[in-house]
Design a protein. Structure first.
Length: 258
């Protein structure tokens, strides 16, 4: 029964992220009436919605006031660089409906995604600016744990430049640059990503140290740097393509880099 009705809890969380509830609570505790008004909700189900989030461990309640947990305050407040909600936003907007069609997919063998029938999934995504923006934000959220660990644990003091290959929104270059003021770096991705990357980098005041490199990593040489990073990239391609990308990365490394 718990597994069969598990979507109740997941959709409650996904709707809370979509509504910006955790971002609203990051400014301070709210009672049910104030939170209902701030989020633009109908009062009929609002209090039950907030209490369901309490039961799920996503929100805490002190008397009549609701507040974030330490985890949701860190990871689900859109104003914080540690925000991972982009991947949950994409789950809500795209994946949730697709999984509702799982039975049809099993019976017919036909794709049921919102880009079913496209000649290539990435081509379809990169052609639609709004869908692309959502996808890139989701990649930032999906990689945030690894990004933070890499920024903290890798011996960056030995290097001066870096480039993130397949950078998406630019989450990794931003976190590395924020943590290490001596570094200059950037992100490499298809040209359509450029404006989204630049907006994200600008929001952290890093435009002078972090730049965008447009290109196709199968068609173009990779930018030269002391360190090249490939996150969530190689698993998409076959062995021959993996070797090609790694060879290009080796050729792009700065002479004498460790």
């Amino acid at each position: 029964m718990q597994l069969g009705f598990g979507y109740w809890g997941s959709k409650t969380l996904l709707s809370a992220v979509e509504l910006g509830l955790f971002t609203a609570l990051a400014t301070g505790p709210h009672d049910a009436e104030a939170l209902t008004q701030r989020l633009g909700l109908h009062p009929r189900g609002a209090r039950d919605f907030f209490d369901a989030l309490v039961a799920l461990g996503m929100v805490q309640r002190d008397g009549t006031h609701y507040r974030n947990t330490p985890a949701t305050d860190l990871y689900l407040d859109r104003a914080k660089p540690s925000y991972i909600g982009g991947t949950l936003e994409m789950s809500n907007a795209r994946y949730y409906g697709c999984w509702g069609a799982l039975t049809a997919a099993l019976r017919t063998g036909r794709p049921q995604s919102d880009i079913a029938g496209a000649e290539d999934a990435f081509t379809a995504l990169y052609r639609d600016p709004e869908r692309l923006r959502s996808f890139l934000a989701a990649m930032t959220g999906r990689s945030m744990g690894t990004t933070i660990a890499l920024a903290q644990q890798f011996p960056w003091r030995h290097y001066q430049t870096f480039v993130d290959i397949g950078t998406a929104q630019g989450g990794l270059p931003v976190h590395v640059a924020l943590a290490h003021g001596h570094l200059a770096g950037g992100g490499f991705d298809l040209p359509a990503v450029g404006p989204i990357f630049e907006d994200y980098v600008r929001s952290f005041g890093l435009s002078q140290r972090v730049r965008f490199y447009p290109g196709d990593f199968f068609q173009d040489p990779l930018p030269a740097a002391d360190v090249l990073i490939m996150g969530q990239i190689l698993h998409n391609w076959n062995l021959e393509e993996k070797i090609s990308l790694l060879t290009k990365a080796y050729e792009a490394l700065s002479p004498g880099a460790p």
